[in-house]
Design a protein around this ligand. Structure first.
Ligand SMILES: Cc1cc2nc3c(=O)[nH]c(=O)nc-3n(C[C@H](O)[C@H](O)[C@H](O)COP(=O)(O)O)c2cc1C
Length: 139
């Protein structure tokens, strides 16, 4: 069983709630985990874990949050080739375009991106997040 890092940015707590529930699901699937806020993650983090679950809400205009998460993601992008990653995040009024763009970007970097990512409008359905984590544990 590999070790999975869940690394996220959250302004108002919705994506953080997703991260916590996804970690619970990963653990119930037998995975060892580490939960990290993106501002605490080091650029070498991708190499330290077998799998990554990465969370960021839709910000700007359907973009990743630009002061912490975007620089973090850019710093690990070159290490994603062949890596199993699961993207997730909360959104408000859009239709999930930021996630489709983000999945595309991750795949271009060579990542093995799980499902279509997981998006939740505002406060998440924690049971659905937990189930996503459990499926990712088995991926
Ligand atoms: C500055 C800002 C920009 C946002 N831009 C978008 C957007 O482009 N599309 C969207 O669906 N939601 C947008 N939202 C809504 C957030 O994605 C939503 O409130 C989300 O639940 C926040 O997640 P968090 O609690 O993890 O910070 C924006 C919110 C803020 C504060």
């Amino acid at each position: 069983m590999s070790k999975t890092a869940i690394i996220y940015w959250s302004g108002t707590g919705n994506t953080e709630a997703m991260a916590i529930a996804i970690e619970k699901g990963l653990k119930s699937g037998g995975e060892e985990t580490a939960l990290l806020a993106a501002d605490k993650a080091t650029p070498g983090v991708a190499g330290e874990y077998g799998k990554l679950a990465l969370g960021c809400p839709s910000m700007g205009a359907e973009e990743l949050e630009d002061s912490v998460f975007e620089p973090f993601f850019a710093s690990v992008e070159h290490e994603l080739a062949g890596k199993k990653i699961a993207l997730f995040g909360s959104y408000g009024w859009g239709d999930g375009q930021w996630m489709r763009d983000w999945q595309e970007r991750a795949k271009k970097a060579g990542a093995d991106a799980f499902e279509e990512g997981l998006i939740m409008q505002e406060a998440p359905d924690e049971a659905a997040c937990e189930a996503y984590g459990k499926r990712f544990a088995a991926y």
